[in-house]
Design a protein around this ligand. Sequence first.
Ligand SMILES: CC(C)(COP(=O)(O)OP(=O)(O)OC[C@H]1O[C@@H](n2cnc3c(N)ncnc32)[C@H](O)[C@@H]1OP(=O)(O)O)[C@@H](O)C(=O)NCCC(=O)NCCS
Length: 382
Amino acid sequence: MSTETTPEYSPGLAGVIAGETAICWVDPNAGLMYRGYDIHEMAQKASYEEVAYLLLNGELPNGKQLAEFRQQIAAQRDLPAPVVKMLRLLPRSTHPMDMLRTGVSMLSAFDDELSDNSHAANIRKSIRLIARVSTLITDGWRISQGEEPLPERPDLTQAGNFFYKLNGSVPQDWQIRMLDTIFILYADHEFNASTFAARVTASTLAGIYAAVTSACATLKGPLHGGANEESMKMLEEIGTPDRAEAWLQEKLATKEKIMGFGHRVYKKGDSRVPLMREIGRDLGKRTGKEQWVPICEKLEETMEREKHLCANVDLYAAPVFWMLGFPPALDTPIFAASRVAGWCAHVTEQHDNNRLIRPRSLYVGPKMRPYPGVASDGATSK
Ligand SMILES: CC(C)(COP(=O)(O)OP(=O)(O)OC[C@H]1O[C@@H](n2cnc3c(N)ncnc32)[C@H](O)[C@@H]1OP(=O)(O)O)[C@@H](O)C(=O)NCCC(=O)NCCS
């Protein structure tokens, strides 16, 4: 018989406060704040590096600090040669998120500060991780396409270098600005599943590489980061705005989950959607691919009417990445290239004030019963 009272239970930890953070606040009424700053203005005016600095250090950098931080990241982008060799050994069909997870895990072996969980060492390792997660994605992609990785361009920002390392040409300023905005929108989101996974791992006092490896593994799933890649498949299947409503009705009738819709916290709209939709509209005009945003809008309208569910950022991120020239397989890795700053900030915060994260479960198995002593196949226990 149970010797304890039934603990409170919330499936999926919905609504549970699982820890404190000073990094990010998600307002269920469609707001988002990084360390007290509304992301909307920053997304349009700040750079990704400025936001990464803010997330990691708690305050915005001054001009000199920002220049130094940019330089530090740019100087750490090269991968150790054995890591590049490992990327070459993976089958060409390996998903870029699996390449990334394997690469982050392997990078740990090449970091002299691996076992140092002090604040200062975590910040230094965060800079290396922010730099190298992007390189793992771009080099891994080129290798999987039978092409050689390109040398780094330390003069380019994270966003600029990401474009350059994929296709060998320096993007136009507006393209860099757009990717910067997208990186800012994705940089953190409090206790989302991958960040929580990172914090659980860090709470055992495992290091930042172990935690970011957990985060990459968790991000890949279609209910979390993988939703943007799945959204693009859906939009391609729909093809034109006039087909969107019928397509959706059919899927809802068979109770299918629609990627890019719903959110655990936001119930009145995702704070990042309006900006991502605007970017999509702008890109539609620039590229002549003006069908994607109207398809998304038709889906939004129908989903709101039928299920009272709002779009999340991944619905619009999918066509935005496509119009920026990125293949859908890189949608979730692009998310990771940005979110790594949030993961690192959370791991550092966890280590700075650690308590093991270890919840309880609600036992629903058989009641206590007598052990029969002999296994059913007749073998005796030793
Ligand atoms: C994000 C997500 C996992 C949140 O899950 P959750 O908080 O557990 O949401 P709930 O299961 O409580 O949703 C409430 C209801 O809406 C339905 N629902 C939620 N998201 C849905 C979706 N995308 N498509 C269809 N129905 C959905 C649920 O099935 C549930 O219906 P029910 O009450 O009839 O069972 C979920 O909305 C989802 O799977 N979305 C699609 C994947 C996605 O876009 N992920 C990226 C998130 S940023």
